[in-house]
Design a protein around this ligand. Structure first.
Ligand SMILES: O=c1ccn([C@@H]2O[C@H](COP(=O)(O)O)[C@@H](O)[C@H]2O)c(=O)[nH]1
Length: 273
C-alpha cells in the first residue's frame, strides 16, 4: 500500500486507528477454546466487527511465536484474511527485527514478501546496514523504533550523544538512508511531551503511536503536535479494544471501544482539516 492510499482511507473513514491483535489464550472468551484455531477465530471476529472503524491492524508477533507452529499458522491465516477480505487496510507486523544485512534481508522477505504485510517494525540499534534491506522493498514501510512507550524507553533512547538525545540522532540519521521515504517511526503515546520536537525533525513521516488505552497515553495530547496536514499518525490500541468484552459478545464490545476512539479521531480531524 502506498502513502496516498493510506491517507485516502484515513480521510474516508475519519479514523487513524490501528488495532493491535495481541492474542493471549488466557484472555480470550473460553467458548473459543473449543475451536480448531481459537486465535484466528478471535481475530476474524474482531476484524469483521471493527474494520470500518480502523485503518490498520497490528499483530505483535510475540503473541503468535509464543504458541509455536500453531501460533505462526494463526498469524498467516490472519494476514491472509485481511489481505483477501479488506485489502484497503494497512497491516503492521510488530516484530521489532534488525540484524546484520543478509539476516535482515531474510526477516524483510519473511514479513513483507511471504506473509505480505505492508510494514514491519525494526530496531535501529545495529545501524544503517541492518535497516536498509527492509527499506529496499517497494511500496512497503519500515517502522523504526524511535522513542518507545515503556518507562525504560528513555534509559538509552534519552541518553545525550553529541549534545542531543539518542532518539533524535536516530530520527535524523535514518532520514539520510537510502529509500528513507519508506520509513515510519514508533513514538509512544506516553511520551506526548516529546512530539513537538519530534515533528520538527520528521514533519512528514507517519508515526505509529502505541500506548493509548492500557498504557494510559492520551489521544488529544499526542495529536496536539503529532498531527500533520496528511494526518501523519496511526494510533494503536491493543488490549483496550480486543479485551473490552469477555463473553460471547466480545466482538461487539471491541467494536464499541473502537467506535469511541474513531469518534474522537473524527472530531479531531474535522477541526484540523
Ligand atoms: O513503544 C512501543 C512499541 C510497541 N508497543 C507494542 O504496541 C502494543 C501496545 O499494546 P496495548 O495493549 O495497547 O498497550 C503492544 O503490542 C506493544 O508490544 C508498545 O506498546 N510500545
Amino acid at each position: 500500500m502506498n502513502r496516498q492510499e493510506l491517507i485516502a482511507q484515513i480521510q474516508q473513514k475519519k479514523s487513524f486507528l490501528c488495532i493491535g491483535l495481541d492474542i493471549d489464550l488466557a484472555k480470550i472468551p473460553t467458548h473459543l477454546l473449543a475451536e480448531e484455531d481459537p486465535i484466528f477465530e478471535f481475530n476474524k471476529q474482531i476484524i469483521d466487527a471493527t474494520h470500518h472503524l480502523a485503518v490498520s491492524y497490528k499483530p505483535n508477533t510475540a503473541f503468535y511465536e509464543a504458541y509455536g507452529i500453531k501460533g505462526w499458522q494463526a498469524l498467516e491465516k490472519t494476514i491472509d484474511y485481511i489481505n483477501t477480505n479488506y485489502p484497503e487496510l494497512f497491516t503492521i507486523a510488530d516484530a521489532k527485527r534488525g540484524d546484520i544485512g543478509n539476516t535482515s534481508t531474510m526477516y524483510a522477505k519473511a514479513f513483507l514478501e511471504d506473509l505480505n504485510f505492508d510494514s514491519v517494525t525494526v530496531a535501529p540499534y545495529m545501524g544503517s546496514d541492518s535497516v536498509e534491506p527492509f527499506l529496499a522493498f517497494e511500496n512497503k514501510n519500515t517502522i523504526l523504533l524511535a522513542l518507545t512507550s515503556n518507562k525504560g524507553g528513555v534509559d538509552f533512547q534519552g541518553l545525550k550523544t553529541e549534545n542531543e538525545e539518542l532518539y533524535k540522532k536516530v530520527l535524523k540519521t535514518a532520514l539520510t538512508w537510502k529509500n528513507s521515504e519508506n520509513l515510519m517511526f514508533v513514538v509512544g503515546a506516553t511520551k506526548a511531551e516529546y512530539f513537538e520536537d519530534i515533528r520538527k525533525i520528521v514533519p512528514n513521516h507517519f508515526l505509529l503511536v502505541p500506548g493509548v488505552g492500557a498504557q494510559g497515553g492520551n489521544l488529544h495530547d499526542v495529536c496536539k503536535y503529532g498531527l500533520t496536514k496528511d494526518c501523519g499518525l496511526l494510533i494503536n490500541s491493543s488490549r483496550g479494544i480486543i479485551y473490552a468484552g469477555t463473553n460471547e459478545n466480545f466482538a461487539q464490545e471491541a467494536q464499541k471501544e473502537a467506535l469511541k476512539l474513531q469518534q474522537e479521531m473524527a472530531t479531531i480531524l474535522d477541526s484540523s482539516w
